[in-house]
Design a protein around this ligand. Structure first.
Ligand code: NI
Length: 168
């Protein structure tokens, strides 16, 4: 089922993703909903907190359009290592129409559970590494706007507030 994606400045985006104690069928249904919602948007990543579910879970698919889909599920993710630096022009489904440069680690090592509740570790770089950090931020209640300097932050805030006012 396609779920509604919350847009900044919705306060629910500031909620943290709580640890998932057990990967149940209910969680797997949530994962399916999140994947469907992400693909429909379309986007390369979606965190549970973006659809108002405050649990520690995100999905990512960074496959190119002409490649087969490559859905990755991260439950209770932990970033174990961050290495080197990269600046990436990022977008976010909670900030429609906004793209801004964000400084990130170029490589990360992450540990999480998959949809079967099995632990895995993954070393990632490039877009996948950036997406993991972006979605991990969401689970901490941190948004891309928080990474911007004061001037850009104000501009993006104003743009999104105007958008919210227009649709209210
Ligand atoms: Ni985002």
């Amino acid at each position: 089922m396609i779920r509604t994606i919350l847009h900044y400045p919705d306060k629910r985006l500031r909620e943290k993703g709580l640890k998932i104690e057990k990967v149940t069928d209910e969680i797997r249904t949530l994962i399916d909903d999140m994947a469907e919602t992400m693909y429909a948007a379309p986007g390369v990543g979606l965190a549970a907190t973006q659809i108002g579910e405050s649990v520690s879970l995100f999905v990512i698919d960074v496959a190119e359009q002409d490649e087969p889909s490559d859905l990755r599920v991260f439950i209770n993710p932990e970033i174990l290592e961050r290495e080197d630096a990269i600046t990436w022009t990022e977008g976010c489904l909670s900030f429609p129409g906004v793209t801004e440069d964000v400084d990130r680690a170029a490589k990360v090592k992450v540990r999480a559970l998959d949809r079967d509740g099995k632990v895995f570790t993954l070393e990632a770089e490039g877009l996948l590494a950036v997406a993991i950090q972006h979605e991990y931020d969401h689970l901490e209640g941190v948004l891309m706007i928080d990474h911007l300097g004061p001037l850009k932050k104000r501009l993006v805030h104003r743009k999104m507030q105007k958008r919210a006012d227009a649709s209210a």
